[in-house]
Design a protein around this ligand. Structure first.
Ligand code: TRP
Length: 327
């Protein structure tokens, strides 16, 4: 029996933060280590072209994201780990999918509407067709399960629609893809704890995996706590959630009890949390630096992953070309 194929990707648009980590990367590493799946993880650099990064910034971020994912536990021996643009097939299959997809289906995507609102001056066609490329990423490898967040569900549904539209026109070929939704904690911004933690809010809102202990401490010191409503305040709940994820269980219980009793000292909570996060990512920081210092090794890992992915992609594309009549 072959293992179910899992595929997921991440845009190289900034250093990983603890929201990305708890929301995606940690889960990928667990799925990988379970040994139950055939895993593909890639850096979605072609997707990032729809955004505003400069070429120089993009090049740097691709490298950094690769180093960070490896440092966080993506193991190239267990996972086919690669950069999207290094594999032929994503763009070609994406183009073919463009021709079976109705524009109105793309225009109703909430992420397209959100992103268009955010970059009014750059509503490029790629923003609109983005989910088509995403469908190609998945179906190129006959992906069956896609670990994603709630915000990507609509894109995954569209992936299935696109697969069906293709099949209806050219014959049964692509199978169904399912989301792999895990109970992931929703991490909120440190400074605006009613909003999801995101780099776009600003540096002070996020804790990056690469942050040095002093930086983590400084950022947490400024985190909003109970100013807006005492017990149950979102900022406090967020810090407690993070302590649960990164600290030891006893400590978490203690602070939860203290909060209930009204004896909690936010300063102590912040110190404990800063310490827990710093410790959790000590090994990450070391490995990240090592990968970034050894570009050759990094390139070698990515090349091997791309070669591996290319074989699978070629197989799919040979069949797809036949089906659509361009071979
Ligand atoms: N759109 C995803 C995001 O922004 C990244 C992505 C691109 C992706 N292609 C994918 C995720 C394929 C899963 C599968 O997070």
């Amino acid at each position: 029996m072959s293992k179910p194929v899992i595929i997921s990707g991440i845009q190289p648009t900034g250093n990983l933060h603890i929201g990305n980590y708890l929301g995606a990367v940690k889960n990928w590493v667990e799925l990988q280590n379970s040994g139950q799946y055939e895993m593909y993880i890639f850096i979605a650099d072609l997707h990032s072209l729809t955004g505003m990064q400069s070429a120089e910034e993009r090049r740097k971020q691709i490298k950094t994201t690769a180093a960070e994912l490896l440092a966080a536990g993506i193991d190239p021996k267990k996972t086919t780990f690669f950069v999207q643009s290094e594999v032929d097939g994503h763009t070609e299959l994406g183009w073919i999918f463009n021709t079976v997809t109705h524009v109105s289906e793309l225009e109703r995507m909430t992420q397209f509407k959100d992103k268009s609102a955010h970059q009014e001056k750059n509503i490029n066609a790629g923003l609109l067709t983005y989910p088509i490329l995403q469908a190609a990423d998945i179906l190129l490898y006959k992906g069956q399960l896609v670990p994603i967040g709630q915000d990507q569900i609509q894109h995954l549904e569209l992936t299935n629609d696109i697969g069906r539209w293709f099949n209806n026109r050219y014959g049964e070929f692509f199978g169904e893809v399912k989301p792999l939704l895990t109970k992931i904690p929703k991490v909120m911004s440190l400074l605006e704890p009613t909003k999801k933690m995101s780099k776009s809010l600003g540096q002070g809102h996020v804790v990056e995996l690469a942050d040095e202990p002093e930086t983590i401490e400084t950022k947490l010191k400024k985190a909003v706590t109970a100013t807006e409503g005492g017990a149950g305040a979102p900022g406090v709940q967020n810090l407690l959630l993070l302590l649960k994820e990164f600290g030891d269980a006893k400590l978490h219980v203690k602070f939860v009890d203290d909060e209930k009793n009204g004896t909690i000292r936010y300063g102590d909570l912040k110190t404990a949390l800063a310490d827990a996060i710093s410790k959790t990512f000590a090994d990450f920081r070391k490995k990240r630096a090592e990968y970034l210092a050894d570009e050759k090794k990094l390139q070698k890992v990515l090349k091997a992953g791309a070669d591996n992915a290319q074989k699978v992609a070629d197989k799919t594309m040979t069949e797809v070309r036949k089906l659509v009549g361009i071979k």
